[in-house]
Ligand binder design. Sequence first.
Ligand code: BMA
Length: 324
Amino acid sequence: MKDKTGGPFSRELFTRSPDNPILSVEDWPYAANSVFNAAAAEVNGETILLARVEDFRGISHLTAARSNDGISNWQISKEPTLRPEPKKYPEEIWGIEDPRITRLEELKSWAICYTAYSKGGPMVSLATTSDFKTFERIGPIMPPEDKDAALFPVKFKGLWAMLHRPVPKMAMFGAHIWISFSPNLKHWGEHREIIQARDGGWWDAGKIGLCAPPMETKEGWLILYHGVRVTASGSIYRLGLALLDLEDPTRVIRRSDEWVFGPKAQYEREGDVDDVVFPCGWIKKGNKIFMYYGAADSRICLATADFDDVVGFILKSPSGDYTD
Ligand code: BMA
């Protein structure tokens, strides 16, 4: 490893922005502990990030930042954009975290899945917005413990679909990515586990979770997920890719063996939680993918990749039926 400043590291598909970190608490218009794990959307040519902001109580809310090029000159809201409202929504008592945004063209609306940190543990909540200023809460849609959720932008056989990551009580069997379906965005069923954490020495053994929302490609739904490797000095959060069938997203058709991005730069290796890269949003701009990720639970960073390289990489990866 030659470069400790965030430059190119061999074999990674994504290239770190030289402007990293693109947003941190020093840029914020009000005092906060940290900004990280931002959702991303492109709205009328403008990039909107909905950042997770942790205050000095340890409780998170979401605040919008807007930029024309998605890299610089961020206009950050002077006040929180979506605050926890525990009086009305008790499941938000310990904050709202890690949003993922999906455009629902059919409803002319944006859906935001986020983690509501309830007294019973993290659960998946859903809100919609058309302007990123006012939000309509659909409310909690999965009981604890569940997080890392995002909707698909279209329906399958008349049903909305969502990926999420419940943690079973018998967690010795691992925490895996599930899919669920709903006729109305509020009531969810047909739950099925689709991508399993691997075992033993694998980088994604034991615990995985969805990162950015599924991205549509001609070849299938591109899935970006994190794998958590537990080591003697803490966990390492790294990223892998998978591909789901376009018509039937319960079918995993490809899955990368190797991680495609992991903490290497100093700003990813050191922070409130060391060795974490955690993207909650990615945007396709022309032939580039802009991946926005939280680095070490302390700042927001950007890495880009060539769309065709990413699709080419996943198509060359093994079929979804791996053997441990
Ligand atoms: C996960 C989530 C993320 C966080 C990561 C590393 O469980 O809570 O918000 O970035 O842990 O701390």
